[in-house]
Structure formats: C-alpha cells, structure tokens
Design a protein around this ligand. Structure first.
Ligand SMILES: Nc1ncnc2c1ncn2[C@@H]1O[C@H](COP(=O)(O)OP(=O)(O)OP(=O)(O)O)[C@@H](O)[C@H]1O
Ligand SMILES: [Mg+2]
Length: 508
C-alpha cells in the first residue's frame, strides 16, 4: 500500500501549522517524522488518521483520492493510529479495549468475549508481553497502557501504522520489544510512521526520515546517510550541544534523608540522603519502584514504614499539600495521566496545586503568578497562544513544559522531576538541563528520575540505580556509564576492577 499526502495545509485560527506539506509512505518501510515541539507532526497525522480535516491538499491511497470524514474511514482503509495521548477506556479490561469499535460477535450477535480474550492472549504471547487480557486498564501503569495501545494497532491488521511517540514512557527493554515487533511488521510489508524525539531510536529502527519546521517539510532522506547531530540541526535549525555539562559543584546542607523506607509492594528498606545543590539521578527498569518511592515521599501514596528527614528533622508527610508546604515539588512521570487537566486552560493548569505559593491570606496573587509563569515560558520557549487557551491546543511537548513551569514556580527546596523531558524536542531538552543545573546552583536539591541512562549521565552528579524496589548501587564520576547503569538495573553488581584485584591480593 502506498499513501501520499499532497500539499497539505492546516491552520488553527491564525496559526498556520502546516503550510504546504507533502509526505508519503509505502508498505515495508519505517519512516521517521521529526520536528520540534509544535512543528505540526501530530496535526499531519491527525489528518491522515481522519481525526481532523485539512484545509487544502489531498490524500491519495494506491492512486485513489480519498476523503476521510472520520477516524473510522481511515481505519477502514487500513491505517491504524497510536495516539500521542493515550486512547484507552480505563473501565474496561484489556481485551475489550483491544477490540474497541471492531468487537467480535458470536453467531447469536452477542459479544464473543472468549474469542477476544484468546486473540489478545495470542498477541501478547507473540509480543512476549507479560500481561493478562482480563486485567482492567485502570490497573495498568502508563507504560503498559502504551504497550496495549501498540498491541491494539497491531491486532487491527493495518497496512500502515502511525506511532505518535509510542516510547515516551517505556524503558529500554520494552522499547526493544516494540522494535522487534516493528521489524516483523515491516517484513510483512506494513508501513510505519514513527514519531519520536529520541534520535537514537530513529537511527536504530527507521529507514527514512522527514523533518518538519515552521509548517514546511525542510529535509528528508535515508537514515543510513545521516547522523543524530544532523537530524537535530534539521529540526531546530541550529547545532544542538552534545558535549557533557560540566559544572562546579557546591554542595550544601542535607535536605532529604530517608532511612529504612519500605512500602508494602513497591520498595524495601531504602536509605539515601540528598544535599542542597546536588542533582541526584534515580534510574532502573520498569518495576524498579523509583516513581512509587518518590510519590510516597511526596505524600501521594500513604505513610510508609521507615523514617523521612527534611532539613535534619524527622517528618511524617501525610498529603501532597503538606509536602508542598514543606518545600517539595514533584513533576509526575506521566503527563498524559497525572499532570494535565484537559478541561482547564493553560494558566489554570499552570496554577493548580501550586497556587498556595501565590496566595496571601487566602487571596491569590494572580499578577505575580502570571509574571513568574511568563519568565518560565520564555526560558522554556513554550510555544502557545493566550494563557486562557485550552491546554489541548498545545502540542504534547509544550504541555510538558507548562507542567514543568508550574513546579518551578512553586519555588521548592527539593525538586523531584520524574521523566522530565518526556516528549520534548532535542533543543528543549538542553533548555531543561540548563534549568536543572541552574536550580542546583541556587542550592535546590534536585532529583531526576529517568529511564534514559544518557540523560542521567548528562545532568546528574551521582546516580542511584534501583532494581525491584531496592537500591542496587550508586554511581558517580567516571563510574557513571551506561554499561554500569545497565548492569545494576538488571540486578547485577558493580564492576569494580580495582576492588576485585585488591581482594584477590588479600586472599593470596
Ligand atoms: N486543537 C488545536 N487547537 C488549536 N491549536 C492547535 C490544536 N492542535 C494543535 N494546535 C497547534 O498546532 C501546532 C502544532 O501542534 P502539533 O501537536 O501538531 O505539534 P507536534 O509537532 O506534534 O509537537 P510535539 O512534538 O510537541 O508533540 C501547535 O502550535 C499547536 O499549538
Ligand atoms: Mg505531537
């Protein structure tokens, strides 16, 4: 199958998002669709997926001009769409979600639940996914939800699959699994459009690339003939820094210490301490417990066993409100689920939870808040219209920046950033790293939770690697390498050659 989009134009009000874009994909190829946050990638794919209509231009499938009115029209033509914002129904089990809109029926015309369960199970087996089809979607972690979305698209037997940032909250292991699946689909002549801000993924899995900037297609070519640096330059229009971020560390007083922290299911006997001015990374694979650990410290998961000390004093944090009052801020791991309120506008989203910071005797100092937000908007280069526009009108990466701006405005002593660069483009990642280091210089203790080893290495002074709820090891300086992180994250032990040699020596 060959899909051609010709001279596509689309504007939202005065905002001309796609000026004149032509794009094509055929069966058996994987094409990366790249561009800065707000470049128009999701918009172009929403047009191909029948979600919105173009203002001008045509879509041609196998030489036939097509006019999609609804997403169902696009699906019918063999196009499956994994949306950037997850699209599952929480109150249904996985297998029913898998067949939404194309439910299997028995001869009597009732839902054939058994068959749907079996087919889902077979798909999971094929994908090597350890999930029960009968699990309710609301019981799944967002990473698993993403996997279910991917499985769903695969089960639709589509000829073309659009993947809009399918890997943002997946760990390396799961990403590899998805890639294996993509390679199989490619062998079966399925065409895949792959949107991702992780350029190393693009290099690994894609055949072709196209780059959007300012509403135009500015570059295209074969992945084998380019580099991540060149792709980054095509996207943002300037050379993106790649050298390590070096800084003079000035470490202050202890801000947070935990002793023997234990939850019933997620983490066990965790000890660590963090000082003012430090950037400490926590990493590991899915199920390592790091997010739950910090959600607990932030008062969102009930009171754990063990002790928490803030600025040297033992505290019991009973709620997130109390945590904020104690000077803790927490940017959640999944923007789509935990950080954005879809019915609210940009400023409301930027204000919620943190508004007490700007309140005096119960009255919110809105002007001050807007002024602070404006500062962050500029630093983070948030691409947006008015403060009162719906949050839905922002591209995914720009929504993430709004949530980050919100927590920065809370002026915390301890800033916990869980998956802070999810969905943000290569240039904006650097802006965020700069802000993290600047905050550390201002004596804030910063915790970065990330499953991307190179992100931890780039920005953190030291890293604690977790494995099944325990801290498996700590890395810093020369020792902080992707290899060492991976070894610890998979349950291995630190490779300390010198130590080993010394021990051998003693034994002799
Ligand atoms: N429903 C909408 N109403 C108004 N503006 C919109 C709407 N959807 C998208 N836009 C605007 O269109 C532009 C492109 O957005 P789009 O979501 O396509 O970007 P993107 O390339 O997918 O970015 P990201 O990498 O952040 O996901 C943005 O300026 C965005 O604000
Ligand atoms: Mg997008």
């Amino acid at each position: 199958m060959k899909v051609e989009m010709n001279d596509i134009r689309k504007a939202f009000g005065h905002n001309e998002v796609l000026k004149n874009v032509s794009f094509s994909i055929k069966g058996g190829e994987i094409c990366a669709l790249l561009g800065e946050n707000g470049a128009g990638k999701s918009t172009l794919m929403n047009i191909l997926g029948g979600v919105i209509k173009q203002d001008a231009g045509s879509i041609v499938i196998d030489e036939e001009a097509i006019n999609f009115q609804t997403p169902a029209d696009s699906q019918e033509k063999g196009i499956a769409f994994i949306h950037q914002e997850l699209n599952l129904i929480n109150d249904l089990p996985i297998y029913e979600n898998m067949f939404l809109g194309r439910e299997l029926k028995t001869k009597k015309g009732t839902l054939d639940l058994e068959k749907m369960k079996q087919e889902t199970e077979a798909m999971f087996r094929k994908m090597n996914i350890d999930l029960k089809p009968t699990t309710m979607v609301h019981d799944l972690d967002a990473s698993y939800k993403q996997i279910v979305e991917i499985g769903k698209a695969m089960m639709a037997n589509a000829s073309i699959i659009i993947m809009d940032e399918p890997t943002t909250s997946l760990t390396d292991q799961e990403i590899e699994r998805v890639f294996t699946m993509m390679r199989t689909l490619k062998e079966h002549q399925v065409g895949i459009i792959f949107i991702s801000h992780k350029l190393n993924e693009v290099m690994e899995i894609c055949d072709r690339f196209v780059v959007l900037r300012d509403g135009n297609l500015v570059a295209d070519g074969h992945v084998a003939e380019t580099t991540t640096a060149e792709l980054a330059r095509f996207m943002v229009g300037y050379d993106v820094r790649t050298e390590p971020l070096k800084r003079e560390k000035k470490i202050g007083e202890e801000v947070l210490r935990v002793e023997g922290l234990t939850s019933q299911t997620f983490f066990n006997n965790v000890d660590f301490s963090i000082r003012a001015g430090e950037v400490v990374g926590f990493t590991g694979l899915l199920g390592d417990g790091r997010s739950e650990l910090f959600q607990t410290i932030f008062g969102a998961e009930g009171i754990p066993k063990g002790k928490i000390f803030l600025n040297g004093e033992q505290v019991t944090i009973r709620s997130t409100t109390q945590a904020i009052e104690e000077g803790i801020a927490y940017l959640p791991r999944n923007r789509k689920e935990n950080a954005i309120i879809k019915d609210m506008n940009i400023m409301e989203n930027a204000a919620i939870v943190t508004w007490p910071t700007f309140a005096k005797r119960g009255i919110i100092h809105t002007e001050k808040h807007i002024e602070v937000f404006e500062g962050h908007r500029q630093a983070l280069r948030i691409k947006m219209g008015d403060l009162t526009d719906s949050i839905n009108s922002l591209s995914g990466g720009n929504q993430q920046k709004v949530v980050l701006a919100k927590w920065l405005a809370a002026n915390p002593k301890l800033l916990i950033l869980d998956n802070p660069t999810q969905g943000v483009d290569v240039g904006a990642k650097e802006d965020i790293y700069d802000i993290i280091l600047q905050l550390a210089d201002e004596d804030i203790a910063v915790v970065v939770l990330s499953s991307e080893a190179h992100e931890i290495i780039r920005v953190c002074d030291r890293a604690l690697v977790m494995y099944h709820g325990v801290i498996q090891g700590e890395l810093s300086g020369q020792n902080m390498t992707e290899h060492q992180i991976m070894t610890l994250a998979t349950g291995g032990r630190l490779i300390e050659e010198e130590e080993g040699e010394r021990h051998e020596h003693i034994e002799c």
